[in-house]
Design a protein around this ligand. Structure first.
Ligand code: E4P
Length: 226
């Protein structure tokens, strides 16, 4: 399982990289629009620098045509580097672009997926990752977990190397459900990592352990003091 950060906030990325086993960062136009920046390429390069060579950055194109998407992919690779994953919305034109970019060796994340067939087509078009949008599917009364498990089965049956990076989460239950459904990666807003690891109940558990140790070995004692 790979865990990604779904943010372009440099401070949040820096802190989360220090704390959690993070495989990379995903962005989209909305996520980028939330940050203050004068030069979007400089900002993306700053994210890439924080990530280092062993984690990946995914950046979404905006063009509606295959030609435009292919041209944007070239610009992104020129500015951010050839290791960038070009996120392409899985429209008909997006699929056309994926087929051509795959032949050129460009790394592709097929995004904005809300149906099984969209994912199957993206897999066959050569996407390295497919990104189903869990919360957006649930908003449309689509059984998101069924979609995820069908995509996972399709990949497994086809012996494909495409990985599922589930996205668009609005609560921990959706994240846990996606992992249970067999996805290979999840991209999550940093606040959910904090939420999962810092409940009042968890703090009480840690405090109770410390209190018991203290009774036996003295106030504020840790193994460093013994
Ligand atoms: C990440 O790759 C997606 O773009 C993101 O998770 C979409 O989230 P949203 O549905 O909250 O816009």
């Amino acid at each position: 399982m790979e865990f990604y950060l779904d943010t372009a906030n440099l401070n949040a990325i820096d802190s989360a990289l220090d704390l959690y086993p993070i495989a990379g960062v995903t962005t989209n136009p909305t996520i980028l629009s939330k940050e203050t920046m004068s030069d979007v390429f400089a900002h993306l390069k700053a994210i890439q620098k924080l990530l280092g060579p062993d984690r990946s950055l995914h950046v979404q194109t905006l063009s509606d045509t295959a030609e435009g998407i292919i041209a944007e992919a070239a610009v992104l690779r020129q500015h951010v580097g050839n290791t960038v994953y070009v996120k392409i919305p899985t429209t008909s034109e997006g699929l056309k672009a994926m087929k051509q970019l795959h032949k050129q060796g460009v790394r592709i994340t097929a995004t904005a997926i809300t149906s099984k067939l969209q994912a199957y087509l993206a897999i066959n078009a050569g996407a390295d990752y497919v990104a189903p949008y869990v919360n957006r599917m649930e908003n449309l009364d689509i059984d998101a977990m069924d979609v995820l498990s069908s995509i996972a089965s399709y990949i497994s049956n086809a012996n494909s190397s495409t990985r599922i990076i589930a996205a668009s989460f609005k609560n921990l239950a959706q994240i846990n459900g996606a992992i249970d459904a067999g996805v290979h990666a999840v991209t999550i807003d940093p606040s959910f990592y904090t939420l999962a690891c810092s409940s009042a109940h968890l703090q009480k558990t840690v405090d109770d352990f410390k209190a018991d140790f203290e009774k036996a070995f003295g106030k504020d004692k840790t193994f460093l003091d013994l």
